[in-house]
Ligand binder design. Structure first.
Ligand code: G3P
Ligand code: MG
Length: 249
């Protein structure tokens, strides 16, 4: 089981190392591991045949050679599309992975932040819990979503699963947010541009982790570290790891 007892902030690779490899592919997660990340952030939807697939958009158009809505395609159909060539020819041959495939290549000490995008209210919550129980990986996953109703559902079906409120709001009183949302939240995932040091302090003091997104510049990374955030979600996990190593040298 992975815990937050290690040095903070966690280096959380956004969609894998999405700045340097095609987002949400096994290649991007592999690169993030090589760059010393502590966790992956990834986005999930339900395929037409009810599997949890790792892709950001509601359609495959932007990041693959295929076309169509993720919810209208089976995994077998999606696997025919190239999910790497759009980024760089050297990544040709990458495929949209299922969540199970990503978990299979992830060492147990690495956290996975599963961000639920699609399939909400269509069974994705139950299927996620089933998958994590079957793979015995409930403890190394934390789930976030902009759709807070899905977090409430997860609280009900698996109270031990960590969930986090994802939002793009400027709220000063972060510590009150989980209660207001009716979610038993392990973490808050605010947009970094709207984050204030006092708010971070208040949340962390109440035992709620703060994982802002998506921070790619060194000056912003340094500012987040100074604020005392619990983890930093970045497209450049290697750059963040280097900065943290320089600071502790
Ligand atoms: O989970 C943080 C971040 O990924 C939320 O926005 O659109 O990049 O999924 P998006
Ligand atoms: Mg995301």
């Amino acid at each position: 089981m992975c815990s937050l007892s290690k040095d903070l902030p966690l280096v959380i690779a956004h969609r894998g190392a999405a700045g340097e490899a095609p987002e949400n592919t096994l290649a991007a997660f592999q690169l993030a591991l090589e760059q010393g990340c502590d966790a992956f952030e990834l986005d999930v939807h339900l395929s037409k045949d009810g599997q949890i697939v790792v892709i950001h958009d509601y359609s495959v158009d932007r990041t693959t050679t295929g076309q169509g809505a993720v919810s209208e395609l089976t995994v077998e159909e999606m696997k025919q599309y190239d999910a790497g060539a759009w980024f760089h020819p050297s990544y040709a041959g990458e495929r949209i992975p299922t969540l199970e495939e990503v978990i299979a290549m992830t060492p147990e000490h690495i956290h996975i932040n599963v961000e639920i995008k699609g399939g909400i209210g269509q069974g994705i919550e139950e299927k996620l819990v089933e998958l994590l129980r079957r793979l015995n990986r409930t403890a190394s996953i934390f789930v976030s979503s902009f759709h807070w109703n899905c977090l409430r559902t997860l609280n009900q079906i698996e109270p031990s699963l960590r969930v986090g409120l994802l939002y793009d709001l400027s709220l000063k009183d972060y510590a009150l947010l989980p209660k207001a949302a009716g979610v038993n939240a392990y973490s808050l995932h605010p947009h970094f541009g709207k984050l204030e040091a006092e708010a971070v302090k208040a949340a962390v003091a109440q035992g709620v982790a703060v994982f802002p997104w998506t921070i790619n510049g060194e000056a912003d990374m340094a500012r987040m570290i100074d604020m005392g955030v619990s983890g930093i979600i970045t497209d450049y996990p290697g750059k963040l790891r280097q900065l943290l190593e320089q600071q502790s040298a």
